[in-house]
Design a protein around this ligand. Structure first.
Ligand SMILES: NC(=O)c1ccc[n+]([C@@H]2O[C@H](COP(=O)([O-])OP(=O)(O)OC[C@H]3O[C@@H](n4cnc5c(N)ncnc54)[C@H](O)[C@@H]3O)[C@@H](O)[C@H]2O)c1
Length: 290
């Protein structure tokens, strides 16, 4: 179980220095007293990541398009609220309606979070959309719309949090949800806009990591493979052969679950990854190993 105390020394140094042993490994995943933003946090991968962050102590703001959260989201919020406190502290989930494509709105939403909570430590720029069309016919407005959400929206989210981290001198962690589609093209799918957008997200993270490293702000991407969520269900439900086809494309022989991204987001958000920036962490069931 994570504790709220952040030990000054870790691992072997702690073993050599400490008369009374403490479990410093688990404390590296502790986010008590920290504040996080997760975009696309109303459902799917975003909500799963948000709950994981709250379970280890963070106050997590889930930002998404619906003006009010649905019953499932409220149930998850209530579940988080019922978790036992550690040293009198516990994380929680909050909901904020917002559109990541609106730069000024995103900046002012995060300003508002900081006014209320006093800080922002973790930003997960996760909101994204997936559409398909043949590359030679891709309609301009649809291409622009996808890039607006998946690329511009990720930048505006990262800016909103990064500006506050810089202002407050917080060595925060910005995490972007990219995709294996940023490195490979999905077999038999007409996803030129999506694949382009995810490649851009990976390069955005590297560029921002290089600019912000001097301030101690880290920027990394997580690149999932096929994960079973509403986004992929929209495809799987219309084409019955796809589940078997996608499953056969990785050595584990199946799609991933959103909860299989909990470990990686906790690691990137917390103190276990303080020397990791500008990196892309691939979680794809081995899809790219083949
Ligand atoms: N599911 C997969 O197989 C998979 C694989 C790799 C990467 N990803 C990425 O993971 C992220 C989450 O995907 P998911 O599978 O949970 O999909 P999802 O469709 O279930 O969730 C995406 C969320 O983003 C929100 N969103 C969309 N546009 C928004 C906007 N303009 N402003 C604010 N919120 C917005 C949606 O309302 C939704 O709640 C996306 O960036 C996606 O591209 C998904």
């Amino acid at each position: 179980m994570a504790t709220s105390a952040q030990p000054q020394v870790m691992g072997v140094a702690a073993a050599l220095a400490s008369a009374s042993p403490i479990r410093t490994a688990l404390s590296q995943f502790s986010l008590f007293d920290r504040v996080a933003l997760v975009t696309g946090g109303h459902r799917g991968i975003g909500l799963e990541m948000a709950l994981a962050l709250a379970e280890v102590g963070a106050i997590v703001y889930c930002l998404d398009l619906p003006s009010k959260p649905d019953q499932d989201w409220l149930k998850v919020q209530s579940y988080a609220a019922q978790l036992p406190a550690v040293d009198g502290k516990k994380g929680r989930l909050e909901y904020i309606a917002g559109d990541v494509t609106d730069q000024s709105e995103m900046w002012s939403i995060v300003e508002g979070i900081v006014k209320k909570e006093g800080r922002i430590d973790v930003c997960v720029a996760n909101a994204g959309i997936l559409r398909g069309a043949e590359c030679l016919e891709y309609p301009a407005d649809e291409f622009r719309k996808l890039i607006d959400v998946n690329v511009n929206g990720v930048l505006f989210t990262a800016q909103a949090a990064g500006r506050q981290m810089e202002r407050l001198g917080i060595k925060g962690s910005i995490i972007m949800t990219a995709s294996m589609s940023g490195s490979i093209a999905n077999q038999n799918q007409h996803w030129v806009a999506y694949n382009t957008s995810k490649s851009a997200v990976k390069q955005m993270a590297r560029s921002m990591a290089c600019e912000l490293g001097v301030k101690g702000i880290r920027v990394n991407t997580i690149s999932p493979g096929y994960i079973y969520t509403q986004m992929t269900r929209d495809f799987l439900d219309t084409k019955s052969h796809l589940m078997a086809e996608w499953s056969a494309q990785n050595p584990l022989g199946r799609l991933g679950r959103p909860d299989e991204l909990r470990g990686v987001v906790l690691w990137l958000a917390g103190d276990g990854s303080t020397f990791c920036t500008g990196s892309d962490i691939i979680v794809d069931g081995g899809h790219r190993a083949w």
